[in-house]
Design a protein around this ligand. Structure first.
Ligand code: FAD
Length: 290
């Protein structure tokens, strides 16, 4: 089922969609290592699960399709395959699309991917909008795109970033998933601006539960998410106690999600970091809201 249809269906029930992001296991792991994770996550009945894809030259990319196929065939949950384009030619992307078609994958999150100084870009695709257009020309896929409530780090300014986002929608993206953020007000203001720019597709809010301080600091460095004072206080007070930080961090995330739902968010997308125990604690707290 196409993600846009899933979201519409949930809308008619007056509820937001709930989705998870997972990543393929590291090179040395076998696919069976992720089976237990998938089973536990799928038991939580998300509306879809998205599977990440390396920016370029990654041997883990072949596992993305394999895992997505498993999510669909073994667990009956709709998968979304992330696909990056900066380091692939049109012919390579075309081959991947045929592979996805054969695996029965209907949903793709089309991304540019981060630049990697160790690999030369192929230059067939410069921006995600070009990949969106190409995918739409190649088959009957539902295409989603990424968006950035706190502006993409390379963008000239927030206005240009939203103008560029509109190009992605005009190219055929029918759904957006946001970068993680910790301050809902930032997300609400972003949505207002995006709607004013004429973008009317559903926008899922990306939420990352805090499980440890180092992980959050790494993510914040990578994506530039700002930390509200009440969030920083939690990190500071419990930085030396793993269990307490997990309790307080989860309480923060659950509060964040409840507020998003109360403000009629289209969907909640949880960056699970492949941690089903954390996802379960969140889902148990919002079961009747999604
Ligand atoms: P784009 O939409 O192309 O935007 C990139 C930059 O170019 C922005 O600054 C934008 O303003 C600008 N731009 C866009 N179009 C134009 C134009 N026509 N002219 C001038 N400037 C333009 N990375 C991975 O490697 N693998 C993953 O699986 C993955 N999953 C992700 C999932 C989500 C939900 C998100 C939010 C990000 C994910 N990323 C992933 C990271 C993503 O690849 C990076 O953030 C990357 O730097 C930008 O990708 P994009 O698709 O948003 O790019």
């Amino acid at each position: 089922m196409k993600v846009a249809d899933i979201i519409n269906q949930k809308r008619q029930e007056g509820k937001p969609s709930l989705s998870f992001e997972i990543f393929p296991p590291k090179k040395s792991d076998t696919l069976s290592n992720i089976d237990e994770t998938l089973e536990l996550l799928c038991d939580l009945h998300p509306d879809f699960i998205s599977v990440t894809f390396g920016a370029g030259g990654s041997t883990r990319n072949s596992k993305t399709v394999e895992i997505a196929r498993k999510i669909k065939e073994t667990y009956g949950v709709e998968p979304v395959v992330h696909l990056t384009c900066l380091y692939y030619t049109r012919a390579e992307i075309s081959d991947m699309l045929r592979e996805l078609e054969c695996a029965g994958i209907e949903n793709i999150l089309a991304l540019r991917g981060d630049r990697n100084p160790d690999y030369p870009a192929k230059n067939d695709f410069l921006y995600a909008s070009e990949l969106v257009e190409y995918i739409r020309s190649q088959g009957n896929f539902s295409v989603s795109g990424a968006c950035y409530p706190e502006t993409h780090l390379e963008a000239e300014n927030p206005v240009m970033d939203i103008r560029n986002l509109k190009k992605k929608i005009d190219a055929g993206a029918s759904h957006l998933i946001s970068q993680l953020f910790f301050d809902n007000e930032v997300f609400y203001q972003f949505c207002d601006k995006v709607r004013c720019a004429g973008i009317d597709v559903p926008i899922d809010a990306g939420v990352m539960p805090v499980t440890n301080k180092a992980q959050i600091e790494r993510m914040v460095n990578m994506c530039g998410a700002s930390l509200p004072t009440r969030f920083e206080k939690i990190l500071k007070k419990y930085e030396d106690s793993k269990e307490s930080l997990l309790d307080a961090g989860l309480a923060y995330t659950i509060h964040q999600i409840v507020d998003l739902i109360a403000n009629d968010v289209d969907g909640v997308h949880i960056y699970t970091m492949n941690n089903p125990a954390v996802a379960k604690r969140i889902c148990d707290s919002i079961r009747n809201l999604v």
